[in-house]
Design a protein around this ligand. Structure first.
Ligand SMILES: [Zn+2]
Length: 343
């Protein structure tokens, strides 16, 4: 298995996070990457630096005006008198807006779907290098092997032109598009504890990729408004989107069954390559988690997914600074490599 990580992603150091009406430290910190790399070291997996692939793979997923916004907004914001340290939108269009707003505050609201995606000085570069990391991993699996993309910031809540939930560029979709460009038929299986709403929206009306999300508590947990089983896709995408929601507080055994069901749907779609969106925030000790999933359950999930024997790009999504973040990545990749024919 090959693994990729870009050191520039550590420059994304968000501070702002609003929880129950209070500003508290943001959980999506560079310390996460450090702890995840410790797992790779322990497994004896060398960490490679991804190449620079430019805007093209990002524009296969995101709109040009969104990428321009992401790259330029911090500079614009910093030139405002008395601007705060990070870009945080204070208006959002919800369902009313149809005209793209020219002003800075309006564009912030257009492209920032909630308050959990502050943009600081290093955010755009980090997001673009995380996208490079996903592309580099996707480039390596055509021979049937496994690759791991240590992407930070994560991506599965980002839609074609809206950031949200710690996510700016959808690394899993970017990996999927690179696999498709190389001729693969792709399914994305997302096992983060939160619904992969950004990924769902990107493929909802085209069905270019089969999307399967296994998550906690549709309607009762972030992202609050999506993730229900009856969201099946529309038009060309009808039937290509699948949501498996387990109740908040569900057991590890229930979660394992849901992962197996999700994998069966992904395999049943006829996919010949898999993007596995890995959220270690399923663990019972995760600060943003909602399930009773143990480290051993995560190992078993890796085993289940490896048995599909598909070329697989594992893209890191959530998983925050709980006490066993390192152990959980070790467990997942250990299970995956143990059962996958390429090891
Ligand atoms: Zn998550």
């Amino acid at each position: 298995m090959r693994a990729f990580f870009a050191a520039e992603t550590d420059a994304h150091a968000p501070e702002f996070f609003l929880k129950l009406g209070k500003v508290v430290p943001n959980e999506e910190r560079a310390e996460r990457s450090k702890r995840l790399r410790t797992a790779l070291d322990g497994l004896g997996v060398a960490v490679e630096t991804p190449g620079h692939y430019g805007d093209e793979p990002i524009l296969a997923v995101h709109s040009a005006r969104y990428l321009e916004f992401l790259k330029g907004i911090y500079g614009e914001w910093s030139s405002l008198p008395a601007a705060g340290p990070e870009v945080v939108a204070n208006v959002q269009p919800r369902h009313a807006g149809t005209q793209y707003p020219p002003g800075i505050i309006g564009r912030m609201g257009w492209h920032m779907g909630d308050l959990a995606c502050p943009i600081g000085k290093g955010t755009a570069e980090a997001a673009c290098r995380a996208a490079d990391t996903a592309v580099a991993a996707a480039e390596t699996v055509s021979d049937g092997t496994l690759a791991y993309a240590l992407c930070r910031p994560p991506g599965h809540h980002a839609s074609a032109e809206v950031a949200g939930g710690h996510c700016y560029l959808n690394n899993s979709a970017i990996a999927a598009e690179r696999l498709r460009a190389n001729g693969a038929r792709v399914a994305i299986l997302d096992i983060d504890v939160h619904h992969g709403n950004g990924t769902q929206s990107i493929y909802y009306r085209n069905g270019n990729v089969t999307t399967v999300s296994v998550h906690a508590g549709a309607g009762m947990f972030y992202p609050w408004f999506t993730g229900h089983p009856d969201e099946r896709g529309e038009g060309e995408g009808e039937g290509a989107n699948h949501n498996i929601s387990v109740p908040v507080g569900a057991s590890g055994a229930a979660w394992q069954l849901a992962v197996a069901d999700g994998l069966a749907v992904a395999v049943g779609s006829g996919a010949d390559a898999l993007v596995l969106a890995l959220g270690l925030d399923v663990h019972e000790s995760d600060p943003l988690g909602a399930l009773k999933v143990s480290t051993h359950d995560i190992f078993v999930a890796g085993e289940i997914i490896g048995r599909a024997a598909l070329p697989t790009v594992v893209v890191q999504e959530g998983g925050y600074l709980g006490p066993v973040l390192t152990e959980n990545l070790t467990a997942f990749l250990g299970g995956l490599r143990g059962s996958h024919p390429s090891g």
